[in-house]
Ligand binder design. Structure first.
Ligand code: ZN
Length: 241
């Protein structure tokens, strides 16, 4: 089981869609969480009169993209888009801790603390909360009412290196896992296309599209090699749900 935790609908398709699709093809179960419905973002090519409609539309698009990638379960937390860093950090951490305990993932995946490839405050906030949840979920004295403790095997941040195009962007942490997504490129494109209201970002998406996706091991079971090609490398399947 892989649990991917992001801020907005389309974060998954921009960043790790190939890895998610590859995990699905390898028989892994996938849960995808977005902390907001992305209702503050610009939408184009679709009619949506108010922010509630935009939220509903973007949730539908997320479900479509998740279906294309083979995600088994999508959880949307509905926090205010663009204000995650001012939302109650405790509430978000508690929600994610409870979720880790229910989902029981082997691997948790989220943004790095810098929010790469951009520095969006929501990306940084969800990274902090997911990081806290990864550790706290395993500790019985933390949030004792939020389910039985569960220690995930690894926490990975998506990372982003060598990209200094016209869109700028920041570098992430050093790569410890580089996943070849050559076989999943068209699936990744299809997932991004499912975010119909976000197609004004298509040129940027294509510009950033690479045949590999990159990750940094934050904590957990050491990798068998310094740089692996699989987030689950060296983990036995005995704890698979
Ligand atoms: Zn985002």
């Amino acid at each position: 089981m892989l649990l991917a935790i992001f801020a907005h609908p389309d974060d998954e398709s921009f960043s790790v869609a190939g890895t998610l699709a590859g995990c699905h093809r390898a028989g892994r179960k996938l849960t995808l969480v977005t902390a907001t419905d992305g209702e503050a973002g610009r939408v184009s090519g679709v009619v949506a009169d108010d922010r509630k409609e935009v939220a509903a539309l973007r949730r539908r698009e997320l479900l479509d993209a998740a279906g294309i990638l083979g995600v088994d379960r999508v959880v949307t937390l509905g926090h205010p888009d663009g204000r995650l860093d001012t939302a109650s950090g405790d509430a978000l951490v508690a929600e994610l801790t409870g979720l880790v305990r229910r989902v029981r993932p082997r691997v948790v995946l989220t943004f790095g603390p810098e929010g790469a490839p951009n520095t969006h405050a929501d990306h940084r906030a969800v990274s902090r909360a997911a990081t806290a949840a990864f550790f706290l979920a395993g500790l019985g004295t933390s949030l004792p009412g939020a389910g039985a403790p569960w220690r995930s095997d690894r926490l990975y941040y998506l990372t982003w290196t060598g990209r200094s195009g016209p869109n700028g962007g920041v570098e992430g942490l050093p790569v410890t896992c580089r996943v070849d997504i050559t076989r999943e490129i068209e699936t990744k494109r299809a997932a991004f296309a499912a975010h119909r209201s976000q197609q004004h970002h298509l040129a940027h998406f294509e510009e950033e599209l690479r045949p590999q996706e990159e990750f940094f091991l934050v904590s957990g079971v050491p990798q068998p090699e310094p740089v692996t090609s699989d987030l689950f490398a060296g983990l036995t399947r005995d704890r698979e749900a």
